[in-house]
Design a binder for this molecule. Sequence first.
Ligand SMILES: Nc1ncnc2c1ncn2[C@@H]1O[C@H](COP(=O)(O)OP(=O)(O)O)[C@@H](O)[C@H]1O
Ligand SMILES: [Mg+2]
Length: 251
Amino acid sequence: MSYRSTSIKSKWVKTKWLLKNANIRKYVPYTLLFNRSNLSIMLSRYSTVYFKPTGGTGGFNINRIKKLGNGYQVQHNAKKNRYATLDALYGQLKKRAKGGSYLLQKGIQLATANGRPFDIRVMVQKSNNGVWKSTAIFTKVGMPGKVATNYHQGGDLGYFNKTLSKAGFSKTSSERKEKDLKKLGKSVGQIFDKHSSGFRELGLDVALDNKGNAWILEVNTRPQFYPLKHMKDKSMYRSIMAYAKQYGRKK
Ligand SMILES: Nc1ncnc2c1ncn2[C@@H]1O[C@H](COP(=O)(O)OP(=O)(O)O)[C@@H](O)[C@H]1O
Ligand SMILES: [Mg+2]
């Protein structure tokens, strides 16, 4: 892509930046690099663990590991497999990693809207005078039975307040959440600036758990805009594009 905004592919690098900040750390689910001993640590702490490529995107190759009474279940897309021992599980994950780097992350039980799990995208952009702003917030409502909510995995984009209302949030608490998450987006922009120069846009993937707590699943440095074009209300797309033009991004 030809426009000017720094891109960092490694989710591990970006997660470590967030963890270094005392105010933001609490929003980051516990994350470790995939290896045999970290797999054992993660599964002794959490009943659900996500296994995802360090350089992945689009919700591809996202696996959810669940501890069962007798063994482990791994789900990729809608397909579930069971492994009796930690060694069998490790062998299978190693095979799926195909030599690439993967992360293990505490699984967040996503809040649901009409029974469908969703997470949130907070779009953050920096204007020419260097000020970060959360320019859009919307939800990604996952296809039932799938592990990832991404648009590329059949997820639907939703309006923030509408989705939260379906999830049982009152108007007041939904507006409060929107404000908090936009503030979080701005803080993440400022943190990224301390580690590298040239960032103009970021897309935070934020999960809400069943208590309504926010968790940053990842920070995208090349967030996609075009799915927003398909929403009935084009105002979010327009305001994002107005900012994007300032750094030469055209679509
Ligand atoms: N720790 C997690 N807990 C719950 N769901 C997760 C977790 N990590 C990823 N997911 C689900 O998988 C999707 C894709 O994961 P993400 O880390 O955003 O990678 P990608 O770069 O492929 O979008 C998320 O939007 C979310 O629906
Ligand atoms: Mg994502």
